[in-house]
Design a protein around this ligand. Structure first.
Ligand SMILES: [Zn+2]
Length: 66
């Protein structure tokens, strides 16, 4: 089924984390992550951008805290 423009589509686990930075993802894409305690959550991408600039996603992983 093709998703319409108003639907939310789960893209799933993202593989290219060392080749993709925050700015590479369009603004409507929500980013999730996993804390070191293994809890999952959504990331405030604007806060992440402010703190870590245009970091590649893979470099954010160790810095995530819930
Ligand atoms: Zn945690």
């Amino acid at each position: 089924m093709k998703a319409g423009r108003d639907e939310i589509t789960y893209v799933g686990p993202f593989d290219a984390t060392m080749e993709t930075s925050l700015d590479d993802l369009q603004e409507f894409i929500a980013i999730g992550g996993v804390c070191r305690c293994e809890r999952e959550g959504w990331i405030d991408r604007y806060e992440a951008r402010r703190k870590w600039r245009d970091a590649v996603l893979g470099s954010l992983q160790p810095r995530l805290r819930c």
